[in-house]
Design a protein around this ligand. Structure first.
Ligand code: GLA
Length: 523
């Protein structure tokens, strides 16, 4: 009888939750593209609008992609940036290629690129004009016509900028182009470029395949460092088909040392960033090619799990990043922001690995392998980054927390538990996704993300299994994880609370209330 009543209650709860929940957006733009971060080339960082941006350059890059092993390394897209068009549309309202730069038109260039087994990309703006002060027409209110033209040329990738947007709503402008691209029937990667100004990581997942998270990168150390600071906190939002884009690579453009360029490339790979080469490969050094074709780092960037590295620690400019990889390895980066060499130390446990007698360490810059009982410690040069692929540790044997219904406040992302063992992804009040894992000791531990729902002070109380959460600056929440897998409230809180202060006995089902929203049911 009790079970029967309980079932009815749960069904009713599911129904109420379903009825009051708004439609949930798809996990990511459903165009099947960019399941790993796009890799390729874009001319902007090396040429801007100078005359050397022309057909010969673009074809030359495509040639080098093949002859210098970039295609084999995974680079695919050869993309044009701003200034490819004439300042006026033609009599039919179509965009026209600049005849001085592209005397044979754009389709001829796209065909050439495709002939090399590569893909081709183009640029315009979700505004009346693009960003160049020279003044080229943008795509706003011309979405269908421009998308059709691009598709007819064989475009595979569109970077859609934000200049001259007339103050119109970003979600509306980008959604219109998303839909116009879909109507062409051609698979076209959609790169949103609104510089992070409307926090696109909160809305752009179902709209674009990637979104710029910052202003324009420049070929100097401060710019690269600022972008690392801004983009590294966005780890919870990256996922297959939907990437934070900290902007195109400056590697090889001359404003940084090779050590700094190695940091730039390594951290872009750790952050699952698009790898769009921004230097003129026709004049690039061997050191530049070596950085850009580092197979170990490209594998980290392209790992199919699609988890952006999270920051384990950043103290006094000593950074530790950890990235979960699909085979259970971790990529670990030790980044020295400071101007003098320093020793950075972490451990397999600190970067989230399970206990093991020994771990394998592969240095992704030197290729050398070693083992450790846990300590990872290295002297890192000024502005340098050491990166390891760490293997070992027992397979995850903990519990998973699975939502029983979709809710409005705290919910497993899209009702799917990420299938890499321990990690759960929650959304909270439309804020950042929250990732958590159960440790082998049975503690639910923050995995990354610090915005909405977080372990108080970043720590559980070790050994006690008491979890402390804070939620949107509200009162701390304390929960106890019981031996049978249930969670009980230690104290009553204001924001997220076990319903009635108790779990449903014996079943492991946990009912939470959150901000007076429908109850959340988990087991
Ligand atoms: C903006 C973009 C850049 C580049 C230029 C072109 O600044 O953010 O990446 O495309 O426009 O004008």
């Amino acid at each position: 009888m009790f079970v029967y009543v309980k079932r009815i209650a749960v069904v009713a709860l599911l129904l109420v939750t379903f009825l009051v929940s708004p439609a949930r957006p798809a996990l990511a733009l459903d165009n099947g593209l960019a399941r790993t971060p796009p890799m390729g080339f874009n001319n902007w960082n090396s040429t801007q609008c100078r005359a050397e941006f022309n057909e010969a350059m673009v074809k030359g890059i495509a040639d080098l992609f093949v002859s210098r092993g970039l295609k084999a390394a995974g680079y695919q897209y050869v993309n044009l940036d701003d200034c490819w068009a004439r300042p006026q549309r033609d009599g039919s309202g179509n965009l026209v290629p600049d005849p001085a730069r592209f005397p044979n038109g754009i389709k001829a260039v796209a065909d050439y690129v495709h002939g090399k087994g590569l893909k081709f990309g183009i640029y315009t703006s979700a505004g009346t004009m693009t960003c160049s002060p020279i003044g080229f027409p943008g795509g706003l209110d011309h979405e269908d016509q421009d998308a059709k033209l691009f598709a007819s040329w064989g475009v595979d990738y569109l970077k859609y900028d934000n200049c001259n947007n007339q103050g119109r709503d970003a979600v509306e402008r980008y959604t219109r182009m998303r839909d116009a691209l879909a109507r062409t029937g051609r698979p076209i990667v959609f790169a949103i470029c609104e510089w992070g100004s409307t926090r696109p990581w909160l809305w752009a997942g179902p709209v674009g395949n990637l979104w710029r998270s910052t202003g324009d990168i420049e070929d100097n150390w401060n710019s690269v460092l600022n972008i690392i600071r801004q983009n590294s906190v966005l780890a919870p939002y990256a996922r297959p088909g939907a990437w934070n884009d900290p902007d195109m690579l400056e590697v090889g453009n001359g404003g940084l040392t090779d050590t700094e360029y190695r940091t730039h490339f390594a951290l872009w790979a750790m952050m699952s960033a698009p790898l769009l080469i921004g230097s003129d490969l026709r004049t690039a050094s061997n050191a530049t090619f070596d950085i850009l074709t580092n197979a170990g780092l490209i594998a980290v960037d392209q790992d199919p799990l699609g988890h952006q590295a999270y920051v384990v620690r950043n103290s006094s400019g000593q950074w530790v990043f950890s990235k979960v990889l699909s085979n259970g390895d971790r990529a670990v980066a030790l980044f020295n922001e400071n101007a003098t060499a320093t020793t950075i130390t972490t451990s397999a446990a600190q970067v989230g690995m399970n206990a093991a007698a020994s771990y394998g360490l592969r240095d992704l810059w030197t290729g050398s392998s070693s083992t450790t009982s846990g300590a990872i410690s290295v002297t890192v040069p000024a502005h340098g980054t050491a990166v390891y692929r760490v293997s070992g540790g027992s397979a995850y044997a903990g519990r998973q927390l699975v939502s029983q219904a979709s809710g409005q406040c705290l919910d497993v992302h899209d009702n799917v538990v990420v299938n890499d063992g321990p990690v759960e992804i929650f959304t909270c009040n439309g804020g950042a996704n929250q990732r958590w894992n159960f440790t082998p000791a049975g503690e639910l531990r923050v995995y990354d993300g610090t915005r909405c729902l977080d372990v108080f002070n970043g720590n559980t109380a070790a050994g006690t299994r008491v979890l402390q959460w804070e939620c949107n600056g509200g009162a701390n929440q304390q929960f106890r994880l019981n031996a049978n897998g249930t969670i009980t409230a230690v104290q009553s809180g204001l924001c997220l609370d076990v319903n009635g202060g108790a779990t449903t006995p014996g079943t492991g089902i946990i009912i939470w209330t959150c901000h007076n929203q429908p109850n959340q049911v988990w087991s």
